[in-house]
Design a protein around this ligand. Sequence first.
Ligand code: ADP
Length: 379
Amino acid sequence: MIRLNNVTKSYPAREEENNGGLIKALDDISLSIEPGEWVAMMGPSGSGKSTMVNLIGCLDRPTSGEIWLDGQNVANLSASDLNHVRAETIGFVFQQFHMIPYLTAVENVMLAQYFHSMTDEGEARRALDRVGLTDRARHLPSQLSGGEQQRVAIARALVNDPKIILADEPTGNLDATNEHIVLDLLADLHQQGSTILMVTHDEQVGRCADIRLDLEHGRIVETTHFSMEVNQDFDEVLEQLWADRERTFHVEPEHFTAAQQRKVVAMMARIGLVELRAGEVAFTPRGEARARSVIRRHRLAERLFMDVLAIRDEGSIEKNACTFEHILSPEVTDRICTFLGHPRTCPHGSPIPEGDCCLEARGAQLTTQLTNLQTSLLS
Ligand code: ADP
């Protein structure tokens, strides 16, 4: 459905970046996405995600290379042909909902039909039915919640029955409840055979996809195929390895039989999370970083349940921490850590790995101490 062959997109570098040279926002990318696949594209800011969405979304053209969408090379099409392919093939869902404020929900959906071919209110209403907004058709965007606006945006994306859905941080502006609703809608579309390419920086959202592409400096540095369950299995094994290395007593129940564990470990070795050294399973640097963050989420969750929610039952703390470790995004984890005052240990006394927020807090504390010292020396 989507194939990129050696695609490069260069921009003139900004003055401060590189004395007027070129920046490769995408650097010789080749990839192939099959019909019906759900792909999550992840990577730090500036890694090329938006550029990729713009190119695949026919909003821009590559500097070199081929982009095949549903059997057609769109790399060198004229602007008007690109508009045509875009309207025929692609449905967009953006982080900002891009609603026209003075059009009702159903009119906003019909706008997409207008660019495609003919407007059909019945069809637009059916699209709203699909996202559960039958009774909101006549509301203006200002009368809808953020979650409802995003659902209108999804109705608008799917009203023309596009083969490809391009979603750029589709849950970026939503609370947890609406995030689930939107992810469920995308999962429905996936079940019905849509090909979905979704940009996200949220690990948990990314795990809903079948395939994860990690971009860095305009290149795909990693491709991971997974299901949500498999990913959670990886986390369990990483956590166990971390606890073994620390020699801490890990109270989590056994998740696998020995044979299952071997299978999971073999998969993890294939994707570079662990390696086998003299028959022992050891972290790769990437595996270690991921284990560190799972352990951090787990132990912070334990602190939260014990200190803030005053839960004392060991079994229920553990059970909830096991759930939380899979769902906390890095931002929420740091916020919990800050809220708890950057605790050093979990309720069982095991160390909580530090996050960026702890380092920043410690830096700020040191600065204050230095300033105080300086003031007292001067006086
Ligand atoms: P991401 O979406 O992952 O944050 P982008 O695709 O926006 O990354 O950007 C990738 C790189 O290309 C960055 O270094 C960015 O500064 C550069 N870039 C993107 N768009 C332009 C542009 N229109 N002009 C110049 N540089 C750009």
